[in-house]
Design a protein around this ligand. Sequence first.
Ligand code: AGP
Length: 610
Amino acid sequence: MCGIVAYVGRKPAQNVLLEGLRRLEYRGYDSSGICTVDQNHFELRKKTGRINDLATLLRTQPARGMIGIGHTRWATHGAPTDANAHPHLDQSGKLVLVHNGVIENYQQLKERLAAKGHKFLSQTDTEVLAHLIGEHYQPGIPLADAVRHALKEVIGTYGIAVMHADQPGIIVGARRGSPLLIGVGRNENFLASDVSAIVAHTRRVVYLNDFEVVTLTADDFQVSTLEAASVSPQVKEVEFSAEDADKGKFPHYMLKEIFEQPHVVQNAFRGRISHEESTAKLGGLNLSPAELRAVDRIVFVSCGTALHAGMVGEYLMEELARIPTEWEYASEFRYRNAPVEKHTLVFAISQSGETIDTLAAIRESRRKGHKTLAIVNVVGSTIAREVDGGTYMHAGPEIGVAATKTFTSQLTIMVLLSVLMGRMRHLASTRGEEILEELEHIPAKMERILTQNDAIAKLAKKYSDASSFLFLARQHNYPVALEGALKLKEISYIHAEGYPAAEMKHGPIALIEPRTPSVFICPKNSVYEKTMANIEEVKARKGPVIAIATEGDTEIAGKADDVIYIPETLEILEPLLTVVPLQVLSYHIALQRGCDVDKPRNLAKSVTVE
Ligand code: AGP
């Protein structure tokens, strides 16, 4: 997903835009650009590569002016080139625009405009939108009117910031399907696709809704609908600071966020455990006890790491609440038209709250009349605002593209939710209390695992040349095996597959050879013996084995080539601990391979395009 930042105020816009783009770079980073306005003249600078490449350009060719727009791109239409980088100009060269999203009917619009003599310099859908708005622009009419008229012809998603040289001091923003917020400053205002871009300047924000348009000046902002009806927006206070979005003493955001997990898990359960009633207290679900009690099926819809959290949630919900539960790829669920019973609760899991496939699955479920809830990290995000209720993760901004702390945060909330739903049904208070008490010990147990960071770094050296990995586990840890494989894939570019350990015999065992390490999650639990047998099968075929095992297990060291020990915990809470060594191992293997762990190739932090 791309990043947008815009500024109008009394400071040099270039510095604000560049700093904001640096904070957005994790969202998409194959090219970037800014455009400022200096005495009615555009200062347009854009470049393929990272933000540093743009900064180098600006050192020799500064962009002057106290108003401007900026963009960091994750290519959808057209390769990463200088010409395809945003901002884009219209035919007149007096209108400039940056855009997140996909204009699905851009080809038809482009043909119509070309027939009128428009010439295009790029392959992007964004440039077509700039020309379309320019086509509607007339001197003397508000820029927002031209934007509204053009957007009524658009099919697709957009978050945009637009300026016109004839209307200095004004920036127009609009959104549909791609997040856009207003940063409310003193004698200055901002637009951004993500609050981390501007939180250093203001923590007062207004989240725009779909089909809203904003006209921004240094001293004011006016929000209206696409039909020009005025909107009275609510200014909110962001819950984190600029420091939260900094790396601090860590070399990478990903490592910082891995080490934040004990704190993040505490934040997830803080104030949400009732020992008196041996249950969880989740405000914000906005469903009465009777409505929650009436739920007779749950479907978790999500993508990527959040999908794996939903898979763990299936085990937890079915075991603790005895509610038939399924996880679904949001991208499949939205089109599959699955038969869904009346009292089914559709539950989104999304750290960004903007993943388009998850949002679409929620919208499809709401259209069919289902109650929808969500576990979300970003306050005010689109999913958070469109569901009936839910629970915020309070995990702080996750800058590393590879999700780590938000995964264990989601798991923690899954545990709380399952206990809550279970205690409304058959879960005994003693069992509920046992789980909640142990959950409160998880942060300290995570800390113990993290003290092995250096040892795991050494282990990473031993295996970083492998070209393929298998991750194997059973039951609650099977989704963690998938998550471990995803972590390794996305930051080290090594092919990796996660499998249920018993599934090995049905094909994957053909892959076993000395060059292919198998990572087994094999804590002392109800399936320990079975998993040990699978380790034997791999060893018999000379496959190297890395085991995640329980402290004090003296048997596993005789079977596995390498072991990473984790503290003992309840079987249903093991995923909170077993994932940590996998995150750390992937991080160090990626470092060994010289990969950019915070901004892996081809990826973006939040996928708001289909
Ligand atoms: C995980 O490391 C990836 N960054 C990606 O799979 C991510 O989990 C997925 O895109 C879902 O994002 P969300 O939680 O913001 O919806």
